[in-house]
Design a protein around this ligand. Structure first.
Ligand SMILES: [Zn+2]
Length: 208
């Protein structure tokens, strides 16, 4: 069972999960991790935060750090966080950073799919894109997958969207900050898909 996105930093969870870290975490102790500036943390001083992130990422690239799985979670949130314009600038800088080191991105997107898609296009981002915590309707799911994006589902999700993503081989599962066990997320996805949780297969972009 693979947890695409978790904030749980307890040891037992690490092996088969991408742990989302902050720039001041001890990176060396995680097998797989993502790192980035969360849209909620973007304010007028985002450039300084970005410079710190860039330094950390430059070092990871220099060390050829195996655990460095993705830049994330990054994105745009119209309901929460700072001014949308700052969020967009910061998001696009981080997309450029991910592009420069050939890494996938794990995206946080709330009521901003139009902006996020526009940014991906303007940066000409060509590495895997995963929308985490996806709860949208099948129509949106189809639209994002048609652009080559992956979708990750957690505690709550739209069943039809999950089924569609699974059929398209673009479905991941995650615990995020729920505190749940990933086995329970697999359990509920299995119920929705009418298959055994142990038979669920996720794309191999992070694991193979
Ligand atoms: Zn998260």
């Amino acid at each position: 069972m693979f947890d695409l996105h978790t904030h749980n930093k307890i040891a037992d969870w690490r092996n088969n999960a991408i742990v989302n870290l902050d720039i001041d975490d001890n990176l060396a102790s995680f097998l797989h991790f993502s790192i980035g500036i969360h849209p909620w943390d973007v304010d007028e001083s985002w450039k300084e935060k970005y410079e710190v992130l860039k330094c950390v990422v430059d070092n990871l690239v220099k060390q050829d750090a195996g655990g460095f799985a993705a830049i994330g979670e990054i994105g745009i949130d119209r309901l929460k966080g700072g001014v949308t314009e700052f969020q967009t600038y910061c998001f696009e800088e981080q997309l450029r950073l991910a592009k420069s080191c050939a890494k996938p991105v794990i995206l946080h997107c709330t009521r901003a799919f139009d902006l996020v898609l526009a940014s991906l296009k303007s940066v000409q981002f060509e590495y895997p894109v995963v929308f985490h915590g996806f709860r949208g309707k099948p129509q949106l799911a189809a639209q994002l997958m048609a652009k080559g994006c992956y979708l990750s589902f957690g505690q709550r999700f739209n069943e039809e969207s999950l089924k569609l993503a699974y059929k398209e081989k673009r479905m991941f599962l995650e615990t995020d900050d729920s505190g749940m066990d990933i086995a329970d997320v697999y359990e509920s996805a299995g119920r929705a898909l009418s298959i055994s949780p142990t038979d669920i297969v996720v794309p191999g972009i992070f694991t193979s």
